[in-house]
Design a binder for this molecule. Structure first.
Ligand code: DC
Length: 233
């Protein structure tokens, strides 16, 4: 048993509310917040910029290994940098979302990013969100939450998010089709597909308010912490 602060892994499909939950937990606990999806998005952004063929797995793996990806700032003002350039606003477009879903199927890309994520979270006191945090990045995480929601709820949320960003948002139907395509790719890839870890607690955010989701997660964290405290006494 070690004495470091816990690692909290939040996994689940796109639009389930992972970022909202992870940020709020990090804020309440005073933990570091790490959005691993932003790292896959950064690699995708650079691949698109450099005109790399998204089927060229060798080049994509090399690109991920050679790029310097930084997540800076706090919970509310996280900035994403690649090779020193701030690309925070540029990585949330539908084009980058689609490309990120493709590059994240590449084992070389995953190897490079998972190693960095493990380095960033090793000291504990971290809330890390993604698709494979509880299964692959930190299988030993003290708290694992699989946040899920119905397709309809996730599509509607993403659609409203796009609208509020002032983007010329695609229709709700297009958003739903894109989310379904990403779900299919994220869940069917051979390397670290999106699956619920056996010891993760599933929370369905389509039937709960944001506050209820946060309360359930906080209760789970408190329970795990007291179990661990008993165990170490
Ligand atoms: O969470 P997000 O939508 O920003 O993630 C972007 C893409 O990266 C998404 O298609 C899934 C992939 N991803 C992944 O494969 N593993 C992670 N740990 C995080 C994201």
């Amino acid at each position: 048993m070690n004495n470091r602060e816990p690692i909290i892994a939040i996994d689940g499909p796109a639009g389930a509310g992972k970022s909202t939950l992870a940020r709020e937990l990090a804020r309440r606990l005073g933990f570091l917040y790490i959005n691993t999806g932003a790292m896959y998005r950064a690699v995708a952004w650079k691949a698109l910029r450099d005109g790399i063929d998204l089927q060229d797995t060798d080049r994509l793996g090399a690109l991920a290994a050679q790029s310097i990806i930084d997540l800076r700032g706090g919970v509310d003002d996280m900035r994403v940098l690649i090779d020193g350039r701030d690309i925070t606003e540029e990585i949330v477009t539908p084009g980058v979302s689609r490309a990120a879903s493709i590059v994240s199927t590449v084992s070389g890309v995953r190897r490079a990013l998972v190693a960095r994520q493990q380095e960033m979270g090793r000291a504990g006191g971290v809330v890390m969100e993604g698709r494979d945090i509880g299964t692959k990045v930190f299988p030993e995480a003290e708290v694992k939450i699989f946040l899920d929601a119905s397709n309809a709820a996730r599509s509607e949320r993403r659609y409203l998010e796009d609208l509020s960003r002032g983007k010329t948002a695609p229709s709700l139907e297009t958003t739903q089709a894109e989310i379904e395509e990403r779900d299919r790719r994220d869940s069917s890839r051979s390397d670290s597909p999106l699956v619920q870890a056996a010891d993760a607690v599933r929370i369905d955010s389509s039937v709960l308010t944001v506050e209820q989701v946060i309360e359930r997660a906080m209760a789970l964290i408190a329970a795990r912490r007291s179990e661990n405290a008993e165990y170490t006494e």
